[in-house]
Design a protein around this ligand. Sequence first.
Ligand SMILES: *Cc1c(COP(=O)(O)O)cnc(C)c1O
Length: 378
Amino acid sequence: MAEIPAHVARALRRLPAPACAYVYDTAALRARAERLRAALPQRTTLLYAVKANGHPDVVRTLAAACDGLEVASGGELQLAVAAGARRIAFGGPAKTDAELAAAVRAGALLNVESLFEAQRLAGLGLRADICLRVNRAAVAVTGSHAMTGTPTPFGIDENQLATVLAAIPDSLTVIGFHLHAVSNNLDGAAHAAFLTDAIGWSRQTAARHGLHLRVVNAGGGLGVDYTGEASADVTPLSRVAVPEGVELILEPGRYLAADAGHYAAEVIDLKSTHGRTFAVLRGGTHHFRLPAAWGYSHPFTILPVDTWQRPYPRPQVTDTPVDAVGELCTPRDVLTRGQHVTRLRAGDLLVFARTGAYGWDISHHDFLRHPAPDFLIL
Ligand SMILES: *Cc1c(COP(=O)(O)O)cnc(C)c1O
């Protein structure tokens, strides 16, 4: 179980009961960005994918600690502009005309996902350098979500690329390709091989079609192992050769933000039914949906709270497996299954580490209308 950093524990202990909060640690965000930056090859641009965590303080911190931001909606574009991002890349399969126009005006580099989108962009009367997002025929990388080499709504099928390139309106200049292909890849060496392959494919494809290649955007996908302590080893990335004149863009979200977040929720009730013990939390999957969405058990660490001022005995369990469940009226509101505890009491806090990415942002906040958690920015 991950240790709770002392400054995170201190912040949580100051919360009024019943406690429920996300803690985002901006120093941890900066340290993580620095660590990744140190492992990147030259001519590499590091953008943070805002969809992992769009809290304005997180976005501002990573806009400064990275070279810029990757956005996937008009809302994220506004956040990125407000955060003072020096570089912005804009992807997403359903950009509206208004979003396309706003992106060009903000100086963002568009990752265009279809010929129709290119035509709509040109139809706005705007000139732009663009990248084409391509769904390659095959891709040699593993992770939890395959996005290329398989039918998806993302990008242009490699087999249609020649036809699309021939039809791109003259006001648009294709300067590169966007090849985001994987999510939560834990194998750093495989990710480095993917980057090398993406660069090689882009050079060959550009040469074949007479394009001047300036950008290879390999997207995000560096992973974090939620059930253990590991993250993708990024050291093999330093050995990727980026040719002169080409910029490699990386857009990690999870890898940068996950470890800077802690989600904490107070144990409101403790009970056993039909042989299983449940810690019922002030919180749940409407705040942190990832374990339910992915079907895994997210480990917790107990933050003991020793004060007890009620005139009746404190519910307590010892030396037993516990399911951490939320306050929603559905049996699917489960964060953790069967984690062994030596002692757990009503009023203690469960702290879920590595919840800074795809936590609050992907959750269905309004289901059952419980109050939102507090957000503590350290
Ligand atoms: C989601 C996404 C990312 C970030 O992915 P992570 O797995 O969080 O690194 C980057 N680029 C694109 C296009 C995405 O859709």
